[in-house]
Design a binder for this molecule. Structure first.
Ligand SMILES: Nc1ncnc2c1ncn2[C@@H]1O[C@H](COP(=O)(O)OP(=O)(O)O)[C@@H](O)[C@H]1O
Ligand SMILES: Nc1ncnc2c1ncn2[C@H]1C[C@H](O)[C@@H](COP(=O)(O)O)O1
Length: 204
């Protein structure tokens, strides 16, 4: 079984993925952030590094897709390949930080890869508003993310809302996380588990 956690920067994906992996005994797959050779440069100059970063994330995420297909294990994945293309790359192109030529080159590669990608059995969308995303990004304290603007997060949130409202590839669970503190409050984590268990029961 393949579960994926989706949502904007700072929504709580990595935290929840870690907790769910422990709770259910699933293998977790995380994003390539700490050893990513472009991310810090990207935040310093998005125009210059957007294409290189998108290609890097696409390759890294496709490698995960391949592992998920081949492993036969229950896996929980922190962010999907769809978000790279439909949220981040599209938004950079809208913001003119990724040229039309580079975006079209990227999109044709993504379309080819997509033919090998199976949607997760369950997609869990962590919905959060921009002020709360800002608070959590600040709490996490990655220095290079200090330059992330409200405008960038808002545009990404709009893309997420649009993508999620059209998502029909598999089961979808939307969790509004702004009033939940699943890190500190076991009852809030319990609330999420109940929702997930209800979805999982429908899968078997
Ligand atoms: N629901 C929550 N309540 C309180 N703190 C949270 C919550 N979700 C995430 N956090 C905190 O916010 C920060 C960012 O979370 P993270 O899991 O790294 O987000 P993401 O992977 O979606 O970018 C972390 O410091 C985490 O502990
Ligand atoms: N495809 C991407 N393009 C630009 N930036 C991306 C992409 N995928 C992830 N990121 C960034 C956003 C954050 O700064 C880090 C980690 O993501 P997070 O949502 O905090 O787990 O990578």
């Amino acid at each position: 079984m393949h579960i994926a956690v989706t949502g904007n920067i700072g929504a709580g994906k990595t935290t929840l993925t870690t907790m769910l992996s422990k709770h259910y005994g699933w293998d977790a797959q995380f994003e390539d952030v700490d050893h990513n050779p472009y991310l810090e440069d990207f935040y310093a100059d998005m125009n210059k590094w957007s294409f290189a970063l998108q290609i890097y994330f696409l390759g890294s995420r496709f490698r995960q897709v391949k592992e998920i297909r081949e492993s036969g294990k229950n896996i929980i994945q922190d962010r999907t390949i769809y978000e790279d293309a439909h949220i981040f790359a599209e938004n950079l192109n809208d913001m003119k930080l990724l040229s039309d030529r580079d975006f079209s080159n990227y999109a044709s590669l993504f379309d080819l890869m997509k033919t090998f990608v199976s949607a997760p059995d369950l997609l869990i969308y962590l919905k959060s508003d921009v002020p709360n995303l800002v608070k959590k990004i600040y709490k996490r304290g990655r220095e290079y993310e200090a330059s992330i603007s409200i405008e960038y997060l808002s545009k990404l949130n709009q893309k997420y809302e649009k993508w999620i409202s059209n998502y029909t590839e598999g089961k979808l669970l939307i969790i509004e996380v702004d009033d939940l503190d699943f890190v500190e409050k076991p009852e809030d984590f319990g609330f999420i588990l109940e929702k997930i268990d209800a979805e999982l029961n429908g899968l078997f």
